[in-house]
Design a protein around this ligand. Structure first.
Ligand SMILES: NC(=O)c1ccc[n+]([C@@H]2O[C@H](COP(=O)([O-])OP(=O)(O)OC[C@H]3O[C@@H](n4cnc5c(N)ncnc54)[C@H](OP(=O)(O)O)[C@@H]3O)[C@@H](O)[C@H]2O)c1
Length: 399
């Protein structure tokens, strides 16, 4: 049916590649392109021989002309961007120039400002509409499945949703004193930024990790959760009607936070370049270089993740609470695709989103967040491709 160009060859890309190969009716041919060709070739070597044909290419996706040339050579129907958020706009430009659909899992961030918001990518709406191509933004788990869960709740259960709490718990243990589960630079920028949530149409800002609660997660148990700024708050507040408040929570262990505090106190998480032995270096990028590679955590990580959304609203004039979530086991993900659950929960939805576009279920010209599409075929595909979801109509609420 279709051809996908997958940009990036890290933890998430590896899962996308595995999952495309599990869905050969849709993904007849893929090209894995990234900065380091050997990583693309290693994936090809592991997976070739099945029905999906695999090519590889070396690519610097910051260079629009290079990406255009590769698209013209490989002729994909869609580009799945699982490189880093810094590449989003350059890859969207290449898709516009060549008339190819686009999908990513994280919104654009300028390298020198740790601030993620959709304004840069939403500015492409008209250009994508005119070109007759679809861009699907933020199609990992959070953002991604959390938006699909929201659209599903709205479509099937509520007349109005007033409160959304997105809860992301990782109870996995990798045995290292300190490591991040995905790209350390992106992860630490996210966690050390100020927190924020939306209340009555306005952003409320908090100090980093200022707001803490304890939540008893199904299948995981009690965990400390911290309020973070997260990109889907911005789009869900616009796309889900009747929202009064929307918050995002993530679990962190005391051990993780103690290490992070020390690293922050000594300046290692800064993104301001410093001069070191006559050379400019960014402390956070140096820290990334000395931390364990997230891709190496797979064989060591044990335990579960639980990511989901709690909705409070009304149906037929009566109050209704609804919780929908997925529980994933790190060891099972590793046994299936050789990655831990954080990469798995991001890579599976990226493959499904691309399949939605290629099969015409999510095809409309323009730039969209996932909650703007029909959630039903995506929810079915989650069950089929390894991220089954569970529902509760009597959840514990976050106060
Ligand atoms: N929505 C969600 O739920 C969610 C969750 C987790 C992560 N994410 C996002 O998923 C994306 C991938 O994360 P990850 O953990 O897989 O990161 P990763 O392991 O660091 O992989 C990133 C890959 O992109 C490649 N790359 C970087 N710059 C490039 C460039 N200019 N041109 C071509 N390739 C380039 C890297 O190449 P090298 O190998 O040469 O470094 C690497 O292979 C990130 O954007 C992250 O924010 C989303």
């Amino acid at each position: 049916m279709g051809r996908a160009l997958i940009i990036g060859a890290g933890g998430v890309a590896s899962v996308v590649v595995h999952k495309c190969c599990q869905n050969p009716e849709v993904f007849e041919e893929i090209c894995i392109a990234s900065r380091t060709l050997s990583k693309c070739d290693a994936l090809k070597q592991k997976l070739e021989g099945g029905k999906t044909k695999i090519q590889t290419a070396q690519l610097d996706a910051d260079n629009v002309e290079e990406t255009i040339a590769l698209i013209n050579k490989f002729k994909p129907d869609i580009v799945i961007n699982v490189a880093l958020p810094y590449q989003d706009l350059a890859i969207m430009d290449a898709c516009l120039a060549t008339g190819v659909h686009y999908l990513d899992t994280a919104n654009y961030e300028p390298r020198d400002t740790a601030k993620f918001e959709y304004k840069w990518q939403w500015a492409y709406r008209e250009k994508f509409e005119k070109a007759g191509i679809t861009a699907v933004l933020g199609c990992g788990f959070d953002p991604g499945v959390t938006g699909v869960f929201s659209a599903y709740a709205m479509k099937h259960y509520f007349d109005e949703i007033h409160y959304i709490d997105i809860l992301d718990a990782n109870a996995g243990d990798h045995g290292y004193p300190f490591a991040t589960n995905f790209n350390p630079e992106i992860n630490i920028r996210e966690v050390t930024a100020k927190g924020s949530y939306i209340e009555n149409g306005k952003w409320v800002e908090t100090e980093p990790l200022e707001i803490k609660r304890v939540y008893n997660f199904p299948e995981i148990g009690e965990k400390n959760i911290y309020l973070l700024h997260h990109e889907e708050l911005e789009s869900l507040a616009l796309n889900i009607k009747g929202i009064k408040r929307i918050r995002f929570w993530m679990t962190f262990s005391d051990n993780y936070l103690t290490h992070l505090r020390v690293l922050q106190n000594v300046g290692m998480t800064s993104i301001e370049p410093i001069e070191y032995e006559g050379k400019q270096i960014v402390p956070l990028q140096f820290l990334k270089a000395v931390l364990p590679d997230p891709a190496s955590l797979g064989p060591r990580t044990k335990g579960k993740t639980n990511i989901g959304c709690i909705f409070q609203g009304v149906k037929d004039g009566k109050p209704l609470n609804y919780y929908v979530y997925n529980v994933c086991t790190h060891e099972e993900c590793y046994a299936e695709v050789g990655s831990q659950a954080i990469s798995y929960t991001t890579g599976v939805p990226a493959m499904i989103g691309a399949a939605m576009v290629l099969t015409g279920k999510w095809k409309k010209p323009g730039v969209y967040n996932v909650e703007e599409f029909d959630p039903d075929p995506f929810m079915d595909a989650l069950n089929k491709f390894g991220l089954p979801w569970k529902e509760s109509f009597n959840p514990e609420l976050v106060d």
